[in-house]
Write a protein that binds this ligand. Structure first.
Ligand SMILES: [Zn+2]
Length: 142
């Protein structure tokens, strides 16, 4: 039987405010209104998003850290927050171009954006709170 080792991880939380509109141009206005409801509002609407990024592994024996949380914070600001904060996600954000920017699409694109820039195998989970109650999560498949 495979024994599961306890996993050690640390999480950094960052926040951004952005607007979006859930709308599929391939569908009629009526279908869009039916599927997306209030989130289909023609001029968009906003959220105060909370993003949590979790990295895991063993602490470096020299520092006691899996990763320097200050450096992770700076990395997330430079890579993600400056791209999305106070932007319209449908129109202004290169890594979301052509998508319907639901929480699950945003979290998945953020994963793709940061995963390749972090040390291999470190990223465990990316979690996006669109509201207090609506949360999308992408996790490592290992
Ligand atoms: Zn929304």
């Amino acid at each position: 039987m495979e024994t599961r080792k306890p996993m050690l991880s640390i999480t950094r939380r960052v926040r951004f405010a952005a607007s979006h509109r859930l709308h599929n141009p391939e569908l009629s206005d009526e279908e869009n209104a039916r599927i997306f409801g209030r989130c289909n509002n023609p001029n968009g609407h906003g959220h105060n998003y909370v993003l949590e990024v979790t990295v895991g592994g063993e602490p470096d024996p020299q520092t006691g850290m899996i990763m320097d949380l200050g450096k992770l914070k700076d990395f997330l600001y430079e890579t993600v927050v400056v791209e999305v904060d106070h932007k319209h996600l449908n129109a202004d954000v290169e890594f979301l171009r052509g998508t319907i920017p639901t929480a699950e699409v945003i979290v998945s694109r953020i994963w793709d954006l940061i995963e390749r820039k972090l040390p291999a195998g470190k990223l465990l989970e990316v979690k996006l709170y669109e509201t207090e109650n609506n949360i999308a999560t992408r996790t490592s498949s290992r």
